[in-house]
Write a protein that binds this ligand. Structure first.
Ligand code: GRF
Length: 195
């Protein structure tokens, strides 16, 4: 951990594959004066990920990883995490599944945000399935990553009601909005319990 402004901050690496709205909200959170985190490294498997823009704008180091060979890709990731003394990894729309090796090395120190009320609707296309099943509520979940997809201990969930007029598009927008505000809160809670 790094001492900044007399307080210890967790050194965070955020992993993304695309748009990066959750990254943006985590950067805003990290930029607050008394924030408990410092975002040190952005990792992406997609050189065209829009989210890279936020890293550049905020002078955060970023690493573009070619995932053609997963073993090599993860080796490179691990070296960079170590070199940057990363204490916490936040997955934010990272579309690759981390191997057991990384999950074990950073056991209990990898968080993910998922657009459903886990354990319901693991995996992809959550909003489409939620609407198809005529659910009354949906939401988002921040959880600890373990070796099973979208299955680790839940840190925080936020629930919203599905409106009659909602379609996949409108619902994904409304859920994304609460995702963006929930991720920093979940990190605060995670830190309060673990440090
Ligand atoms: C979010 O819906 C997140 O829950 C899911 O991927 C999406 C990423 O969005 N895992 P963004 O790139 O943070 O805007």
């Amino acid at each position: 951990m790094e001492k900044l402004n007399g307080k210890k901050k967790l050194r965070v690496s955020v992993f993304i594959s695309g748009r990066g709205t959750n990254l943006k909200s985590l950067i805003n959170f990290a930029n607050k004066k008394r924030s408990p985190i410092k975002i040190v490294l952005l990792v992406t498997n997609n050189k065209n990920a829009k989210g890279i823009y936020y890293a550049k704008k905020n002078r955060i180091k970023f690493l573009i990883i070619n995932y053609k060979n997963k073993t090599k890709a993860e080796k490179k990731i691990l070296v960079n995490l170590k070199n940057n003394n990363i204490n916490l990894i936040c997955l934010a729309g990272f579309m690759k599944i981390l191997s057991k090796k990384i999950v074990n090395i950073y056991k209990g120190k990898i968080l993910n945000i998922h657009p459903s009320l886990l354990p319901k609707y693991k995996g992809l296309n959550t909003h489409k399935r939620v609407i198809k099943n005529k659910e009354k509520y949906t939401g988002c979940t921040v959880h600890i990553v373990n070796s099973k997809l979208d299955s680790g201990k839940i840190i925080l969930q936020k629930k919203i009601r599905i409106l009659k007029k909602d379609n996949e598009n409108s619902l994904s927008k409304r859920v994304l909005k609460i995702e963006n505000s929930t991720y920093p809160k979940a990190i605060k809670r995670f830190i309060a319990f673990n440090y």
